[in-house]
Ligand binder design. Sequence first.
Ligand SMILES: C[S@@+](CC[C@H](N)C(=O)[O-])C[C@H]1O[C@@H](n2cnc3c(N)ncnc32)[C@H](O)[C@@H]1O
Length: 192
Amino acid sequence: MPEIRLHRAGPRSGLMRLAEADPDFGSPYWARPWGGGLALARHVLDHPGVVAGKTVLDLGAGSGLVAIAAALAGAGAVRAADVDPYAVAATRLNAAANGVAVEAVQGDLTAGAPPEVALMLVGDLFYDADLAARVTVFLERCVAAGIEVLIGDPWRAFLPTGRLRVVAEYPVADFGDPDGAARAAAVFALKA
Ligand SMILES: C[S@@+](CC[C@H](N)C(=O)[O-])C[C@H]1O[C@@H](n2cnc3c(N)ncnc32)[C@H](O)[C@@H]1O
């Protein structure tokens, strides 16, 4: 994705040292872009009208890839939320590297009321059964509250496909795929 610069982990990044020093260190999902986020970011950059002027929330932001795409595409205001404090730090660093304003916050919004945003962007948050079930219930509450929801995902097993409508499809390089590999991913709208 040539429009966006991301700090990414490599063999010499020292993530293992960080993990050994911090007992709360989780999985560094924030250290690479994921297939779902890549599809959604590509869609937003290619169709800026999707976000133009809107208040947008990137749920499960990781590196902040999708939030940054929304800001570059002309969103009115961009928030990013993640449960992992390292993801919040990564999102702030990556937003600065791209010269865009993203308000990054730590926390699990899925237990609370729908946030005051017009559009929710969700990149690759259906990789675990329990999480997928919780996120689906939350997003359905958001849609009922009038929030538009777009999901980017490489057709992972726990995606609630029966509740989704495919908006666009993109080939993506997913986390862990060999260099040069591409797999199908899609952008989905959550049906009302
Ligand atoms: C697979 S990564 C995707 C990151 C990014 N959206 C992308 O596509 O590159 C999933 C992210 O969701 C975060 N996450 C997991 N559960 C969450 C929750 N309940 N609320 C917010 N973020 C969550 C993880 O910490 C992780 O950063």
